[in-house]
Design a protein around this ligand. Sequence first.
Ligand code: MG
Length: 454
Amino acid sequence: MKRLFGTDGVRGIVNAELTPLLVAKFALAVGAFFPEGSRLLVGRGSRAGGEAIQRIVEGALVLSGHKVYDAGVVPTPALQYAVKTQGFDGGVVITASHNPPEYNGIKVIGPTGIEIDRDEERVVEEMFWEERFRHASWRSLSERVEKYPHVNDIYVKGVLEKVDRGLIASRGFKVLVDPANGPGALTTPRLLRELGVKPVVINGDLSPLPARAPEPTPESLAEAAKTAALLKCDLGVGHDEDADRAIFIDEAGAVYWGDRSAALLAKHLKVHRGERGRVYTGVSSSTVVEEVLRPLGVEVVWLKVGSVDIAHTMRKMGDALCGFEENGGFMYPPHQYVRDGAMALALFLELMALEKRRASELFGELPKYYTIKTKYPMPREKALLVVERVKEAFRGERLGTIDGVKVISSDYWLLVRPSGTEPLLRVMLEAKTEERAKELLEVVDGIVREVAGP
Ligand code: MG
């Protein structure tokens, strides 16, 4: 059966792949998936076509026999938190998260607040392809889609409750926020003010034409990093479009990947907050995390890349301290089992307040590696072929094949895997020296050239 779902939801270029017809059919499949009469919360990000797509989705859900609530423009984790805490039976968010601006997409949320799992996705896909929709009786249809404008309030309050506000407020922090012109602009600056922190916001107007790439990376956050240093901020944070990711910037303008901040946050939870459990992450995370956490007696569980699987696994196991992805998605179970950019930020501020140290000092303690992350545009079949060739080239090393191939050696590790959402091969590698890292990239580059052809 052909797949609709990628790593996290259905994504496509607006009106090229994600056409009105596809949206309507998909929403009818989602409508048939939820039991008749469900209370469903629907919200959206700031992307092109978002409001129109939301109307199509809401219409299809009403005609499938549901009671539909319109949350308006909200971060994904805000809608997820509201679904979980306000007794909704599920929800839908119109967003393409970190994808380029020409994309939009649809995430389907279950009653726990987590995106529906892989088996449930298959059920929705079956209903889509076989057009097994539910056309509810005209007598039972809802008369209207109810406005539900409380999501961002409920969410900010929920995050605030989980940290020591007084302690954070006592430090007089100033924090730069770059929400990529997405709905994080509605919640993160507000959260900071409530924490007694002064927010400085760039790219803070909602727009389908974001001033930077929606994916928070050292490249896309270059302006944020420069501004944070220039304005003497204590910390900077960059979100993706739907604000479930948080990438941190120190006071000197250095940008850190999510596995670095997660190592510090997990340590904070264990050491300062006395919380227990294992740490769940995808194979794309750095082995730095193990180096930091093992001496504290915290076990790291390695899983396939994709936050949805990580979230469901954590919830099923019931023993998670936290979970994360290197891309900046951090999950704190006492709050919710999903990535949450604002929650990660609040915890990081609590850590800085407790330690009374600058962000650069906290990050500076982590083991040093030279990191290269790159991607090659290519169809999935070719990407899989590269993975096979890499396995051959590194025969004899410790190989992990949970997702693509991860090579782990004494002074480096590398991961080569096809993207779950785009026609891309993703390569990540870290070595103790820059020279070694470049050498390793050369090897992968050579294999890619061979497979891709001239
Ligand atoms: Mg996202």
